[in-house]
Design a protein around this ligand. Structure first.
Ligand SMILES: Nc1ncnc2c1ncn2[C@@H]1O[C@H](COP(=O)(O)OP(=O)(O)OP(=O)(O)O)[C@@H](O)[C@H]1O
Length: 451
C-alpha cells in the first residue's frame, strides 16, 4: 500500500479523507511542522495540502510556506493543493510554485480520489523513468539494460578499483573501447590519462616507436625526443586494442613492460618506470593463436588476468531498441531534426536484423535514417535494412557469398558517398572504416573517387 500524506487541520475533514482513501495508507498532519516531520519520516509520493493551516487558517500564507518547504525537501513529491471554494488565486499561485494539481472545497470524495490516484500514477511513471535512465545509461555513455550487459557492467565495477589486467573479447563494434574507458573512469585513475592505441591500424614498423617513444637520432627522421603512448598513459590507463595484431617480436617487449613496469625509449639507454594500468581487447581467438604460435603464451596469460566476453548486439534483445532510441535522440539533436521515434515496422526491422557490425553498424544506420527520414517517425524504409522475409529481393541476390559481400559493400559505399556529398573522410566515418580502408575498397571495386 502506498503512503499518502494528508495535511489538514480540520479533524472532521481528516477523518473523511481517511475514509475516502482506503486504497492508501493515510498519514495525517495538522500543521506545517508535523507535516514536514511526516514528510521526512514516510517520504510519501503524494501529499494533499489544505492551504489554510494554523496559525493563519483564514489565509494561505502558512499553506504556501509548507508547499515551498515540501518541494525543497522532496521536489518529486506530487502535492495536490486544497483551497477554499473561492480561492482560485492562491490555487494558481501554488501551481506556479510547483504543486501538481489543485482542488477547491467543498470536498467531493470521489473526485478527490481520482485526482490523488492520478497523482500517484504520474509519480510512479516518473520514478520508473528515473530508474530506467539510471540503469540504462551511466556516466560513461554506456547504454545497456539486457541481463548479459548488466553482468558485464557489474564485472567492470569489480575490476575498476583494482590494478588487474583485463582482456576484452568481442566482435568488432560491440563496445570494447567504451568498456575499457568505463574500467578507467569507474576506478581511482579517473581524471588521469586514458590512452588508446589500435595495434592493427599502425604499420608494424611504427608501432614500437608509437608505444615506447624514441630518443633524438634513434632513426632517420627522429628529430626530437618523443614520448610513446605508454609513457603518456603514466598514472592512467593504456588500452591496447586489437592486441592480437601485435607483431610477435614486439610481444616480448610488451611483456617486459607489463611485468616490470619499466620501458626504454627507442635509441635510449635509460630505464623509465611507468605506472600504467592496462586493458587489452581483440576480436581474434587469442587462444587459437597461442596454439599456432603466433601469440606468446606468457603474454596471453599476463594480459588475461580477467577476461570479459562482450555479447554481440544480436544477442542483446531489448538493448537494440534502447540503443536505437538513444542514438535517435542524439543524432536528431545533432542534425536539428524533429523526430519522435520509430514506426512499428521500423522497430520490427531493427529487432530482426542480424547486426554483423554490432553497435557501430546500428549507430551508422540510425544516423543515416535520421538524415533521410521524411516523416515524423523513422520508418523501416529509412533504415534501409534488408528485410529478412522479403523473398523477392532475396531471389534477385546472387548466392555466391563473395559476390553478395562485394555487392553489399559497393552498394553501401555508393550510398555513403552520396550522403557525405563525396567527402571521403565523412564517407569513411559513415561506413565505420578508416580512410585508407575506404580507398583500398574503392580501388578493389574499380570505383571512381570524387575529385
Ligand atoms: N554500450 C554502449 N552504449 C552506447 N554506445 C556504445 C556502446 N557500446 C558501443 N557504443 C558505440 O558503438 C561504437 C563502437 O564502439 P567501440 O569502438 O567501443 O567498439 P569496439 O568493440 O572497440 O570496436 P572495434 O573492435 O571495431 O574497435 C562507438 O561509437 C561507441 O560509442
Amino acid at each position: 500500500m502506498e503512503t499518502l500524506l494528508v495535511i489538514e487541520d480540520d479533524l472532521g475533514i481528516q477523518k473523511q479523507l481517511k475514509w475516502t482513501f482506503t486504497d492508501h495508507e493515510v498519514i495525517t498532519a495538522g500543521d506545517r511542522e508535523s507535516a514536514i516531520a511526516a514528510l521526512r519520516r514516510y517520504e510519501p509520493k503524494v501529499v494533499t495540502l489544505d492551504l489554510g493551516l494554523p496559525p493563519d487558517e483564514a489565509n494561505a500564507s502558512e499553506g504556501l510556506a509548507a508547499l515551498q518547504q515540501i518541494l525543497e525537501l522532496a521536489p518529486k513529491t506530487k502535492v495536490v493543493v486544497i483551497t477554499g471554494n473561492d480561492d482560485k488565486d492562491n490555487a494558481l499561485k501554488a501551481i506556479a510554485m510547483g504543486a501538481h494539481d489543485f482542488y477547491q472545497k467543498p470536498i467531493d470524495a470521489d473526485t478527490l480520489d481520482i485526482i490523488v490516484s492520478r497523482a500517484f500514477f504520474v509519480a510512479n511513471i516518473e520514478h520508473e523513468n528515473d530508474r530506467l535512465k539510471q540503469s540504462s545509461l551511466d556516466d560513461n555513455g554506456f547504454i545497456g539494460n539486457s541481463p548479459q550487459v548488466q553482468q558485464v557492467s557489474r564485472m567492470v565495477d569489480r575490476i575498476a578499483p583494482t590494478e588487474i589486467t583485463t582482456l576484452l573479447l568481442g566482435e568488432s563494434g560491440t563496445g570494447k573501447e567504451v568498456l575499457a574507458r568505463a574500467i578507467h573512469e569507474r576506478g581511482p585513475r579517473a581524471g588521469k590519462p586514458f590512452i588508446a592505441i589500435n595495434c592493427a591500424s599502425i604499420p608494424e614498423t611504427l608501432l614500437e616507436s608509437e608505444l615506447f617513444g624514441f630518443e633524438r637520432g634513434a632513426f632517420t627522421g627522429a628529430h626530437k625526443q618523443t614520448k610513446g603512448k605508454i609513457e603518456c598513459a603514466h598514472g592512467g590507463t593504456l588500452f591496447l586494442d586489437e592486441i592480437g595484431d601485435m607483431p610477435y617480436p614486439l610481444q616480448a617487449k610488451i611483456l617486459r613492460f607489463l611485468q616490470e613496469k619499466i620501458i626504454e625509449r627507442l635509441g635510449g639507454r635509460q630505464e623509465i618506470a611507468v605506472d600504467v594500468k592496462v586493458v587489452c581487447a581483440t576480436h581474434q581467438n587469442l587462444q587459437g593463436m597461442v596454439s599456432e604460435k603466433s601469440f606468446r603464451e606468457d603474454l596471453f596469460y599476463r594480459i588475461s588476468e580477467v577476461t570479459i566476453n562482450i555479447p554481440p548486439l544480436r544477442e542483446r534483445g531489448e538493448d537494440i531498441l534502447l540503443l536505437s532510441r538513444a542514438f535517435l535522440q542524439s543524432f536528431a539533436q545533432q542534425f536539428g531534426r524533429k523526430l519522435t521515434g520509430f514506426t512499428e515496422e521500423a522497430r520490427a526491422a531493427l529487432m530482426a536484423h542480424n547486426w554483423p557490425g554490432n553497435i557501430r553498424e546500428l549507430q551508422n544506420k540510425i544516423k543515416s535514417a535520421v538524415i533521410m527520414a521524411e516523416g515524423k517517425q523513422i520508418s523501416d524504409l529509412d533504415l534501409m535494412l534488408m528485410p529478412a522475409t522479403e523473398e523477392s529481393s532475396l531471389r534477385q541476390m546472387p548466392l555466391n557469398l563473395k559476390q553478395v559481400r562485394e555487392a553489399a559493400e559497393k552498394h553501401a559505399i555508393n550510398r555513403a558517398l552520396t550522403m557525405a556529398d563525396g567527402n571521403m573522410s565523412k564517407t569513411a566515418e559513415l561506413l565505420g572504416v578508416t580512410r585508407p580502408t575506404l580507398y583500398s575498397l574503392m580501388d578493389k571495386y574499380g570505383m571512381e573517387k570524387p575529385s
